[in-house]
Every structure is written in structure tokens, then in C-alpha cells.
Design a protein around this ligand. Sequence first.
Ligand code: GLY
Length: 369
Amino acid sequence: MSQHIETVSVALGDRAYDILIGPDLLSQAGALIGGILARPKTFIVTDENVGAQHLAGLEATLQARGIATTSHTVPAGETSKSFAGLESLTAAMLDARLERRDMVIALGGGVVGDLTGFAASILRRGMDFIQIPTTLLAQVDSSVGGKTGINTPQGKNLIGAFHQPRLVLADTSVLDTLPRRELLAGYAEVVKYGLLGDADFFDWLQANGQALLDGDQDLRIKAVATSCRAKAGIVAQDERESGVRALLNLGHTFGHALEAETGFSDRLLHGEGVAIGMVMAFDLSARMGLCGDNATAAIKRHFRTVGLPASLDDIEGPGLDPERLLAHMAQDKKVKDGRITFVLARGIGDAFLTDDVDLNLVRDVLTPS
Ligand code: GLY
């Protein structure tokens, strides 16, 4: 199979943009970005790890097209997604004398994308930016759809803005150097698109997931493109999450509680929490008689086959208290009028939203068997 660039369009009127997916896009960035610049001046934001691998290459391809570059490197990790990180980034942007028509580029994973997008949304009352996501998680989720923001002591992503990028370049070759555990955590979000709205895609992942995780580029391109197409379709219907966009939170309310209770640490990565959370959402759906046990079993089996955690027993360390998990869920930012909104399913590929859930059943799901 020949490797080509897939284009997924996000249909948002005058804020519409393309997501380009394919191998070696970073080395072609000068040509791919050049056409949408109002002025040949860019400001690249990256982190220490990604910058060491990819910044020089990106600068070279831009400069070869006569595009000026300035860069700012933040420490790797969530702590950069803070008011302090925002302050030093915006100071660097102003020191670089960025004008409103210049282009900001986020080169990195979710932290860099969220921080840079938010800085772009407020600098000079709003600048254009481009996402070049370098993790699978960022390619299939955080770089698409315009959610940007930072964390505060009160919680994650509570300060932010919807600010759509002008272009997303998802270079599938950069995934080759991603640690296996991070690749897997991103893969959980790929599976999410099958589970929430596309049973055929879940079947395809059951057949091809292992090979794409092992490095098959064509399969990776197809998986990223299918995920981005699913997300683009939902974002185009509901950009600001007043309805259907919340389906993208499948597994996240449970997963967020697991992450919070494990201290947002290496004990459980976000995607790993989402994987267990999705199994829990299907388990709850089965306990409510909405779908059969076989769906939960199939999802669990697939996660275990590829090496993702699928239940509470898969989290290393001391057991987690169901009441404390429930308390975290009740504080989730998706709570409306004191009721937790759940994404449940009538079967694989058929998710829906409800707040009509018996919390005793949720307790049962959160209690190890
Ligand atoms: N990550 C969920 C969303 O973008 O809506």
C-alpha cells in the first residue's frame, strides 16, 4: 500500500480547517504551512523532549521556505500547563514582537497544544495557531476541536478557551519514537471512537490494533484518520459541547476519578484511566440492562490483548476506595445541577448521554469483584 496524506476537514464555517495525516509531514511543514501564513513569521512552542528530537528539523523546513522562526521550550510535563507557564510563554511571545498576523505553532503533545492554544487565544486578543501533535493521544484527541487551557490548584483545564487551530499536521512517523506505554494510552482514545459510534471501526481495531501498535504506518494513518474524522464530525455539530460533543467523554468520568485517586501520577496515565473507564461505562450499561455483558467482555479482551489495563485489578499499588472514587465523580466538571452526566451505551458503537443512573449500581461497578 502506498503511503499518502489523508485530509480530514473540520467544517466550522469561517473557522474551518484541515487535519493532514501521514508520514514525514514534519519535514514537509514549510511547504504545508507556507500557504496559510499572512506573514512569513512563526513562533514555535515545544517541550524539552520533543524539542530535542524535532525542533531543529521544523525550523530548517520553515527557514528553507523563507519563513522566520522563534522558539520557546517549556519543561516537559503537566506543570507547564499553569499560570506560571502561561506567563513565561506570553512574555516570550511579546519579547519576540509577535504581531497578530504572525503564526504560533504548537509542536508537542497535549500539554504543549493546550498551553500554546490558550496563549494564542489571548495574545493580542487572539492569534492564529497550528497544531503539530507528536503523541497519538494529541493526534486523535487534544489537537482537534479547539479546546485549550491550563490547570489550576482547583482542577485540570478549568481556565481555558475554545480556540480552533488553522491547521493540524499529524505526522504518523513521529509516533515511532513514542514510548510503548504512551502509544498504548493514546490508543485507548482511538478505541473510544469505535465504542461510541462506529462498531465496524472497533471490529477493524480488533483485527488490526496490534499491528498498528507494532508500527504498521498504513494502519496507523487509517486509525488516526478515522479517529479524527469521527471527532471532526462531532465538533462540527457541537463545537462548544452543549450536547453531542459530550459523547467524547466516554469513559472519562470514571477515568478521571481513577486518575484523581492515583494522584495524576505515573501509576495511571490518562489514556489508561480512560480504558478502564470505558470498560466501567459498558459494565454499568449492562447492569442497567441497556446492553449485553458480551460487549464489556469484548472490550476488556481487546484492551488486555494489546496491553492496556481493563479493570481496577490492573492498577498497581493499594486498592482504590469506591466511595472516594464516587466522590471524585460527583466533583467532575461534567456535573450539571448536582447530577453526574454519564456516557452509557446500548451496545458497541451506540453511546448516549444520561443523568438517570442509580448510584448504587455505580458503586457496584467501582467495587472490585
Ligand atoms: N477531549 C474531548 C473533547 O475535545 O471534546
